[in-house]
Design a protein. Structure first.
Length: 94
């Protein structure tokens, strides 16, 4: 099942993320290697970001959020996720 996770970002997102960006991307690698994390990135307005997961258990996403360096260090101020029904498109996993 696909899920869309929306992160709401702090006011000074660009500046605040710098100290934690490497840890955040390293953290993501574990989820990518298991096939859970498909893609993600911030919107151009830099107020929110979107991450697409494919998981069978929502607890995986809850654990991702709980231990994400961006969440722990206040780069992400709030979040929500929901099941996403992909209607069309192809997902190519690298």
């Amino acid at each position: 099942m696909y899920y869309a996770l929306t992160y709401h970002l702090c006011e000074n997102y660009i500046e605040k993320r710098t100290a934690h960006r490497s840890d955040h991307f390293n953290y993501i690698q574990n989820y990518k290697s298991k096939g859970y994390f498909l893609m993600g990135g911030a919107f151009d307005h830099q107020k929110s970001a979107l991450i697409i997961f494919t998981v069978d258990d929502e607890k995986i996403i809850e654990n991702f959020i709980k231990d994400d360096p961006y969440v722990i260090n206040g780069v992400v101020t709030s979040w929500h996720f929901e099941k996403w029904n992909m209607a069309t498109g192809d997902v190519v996993l690298a």
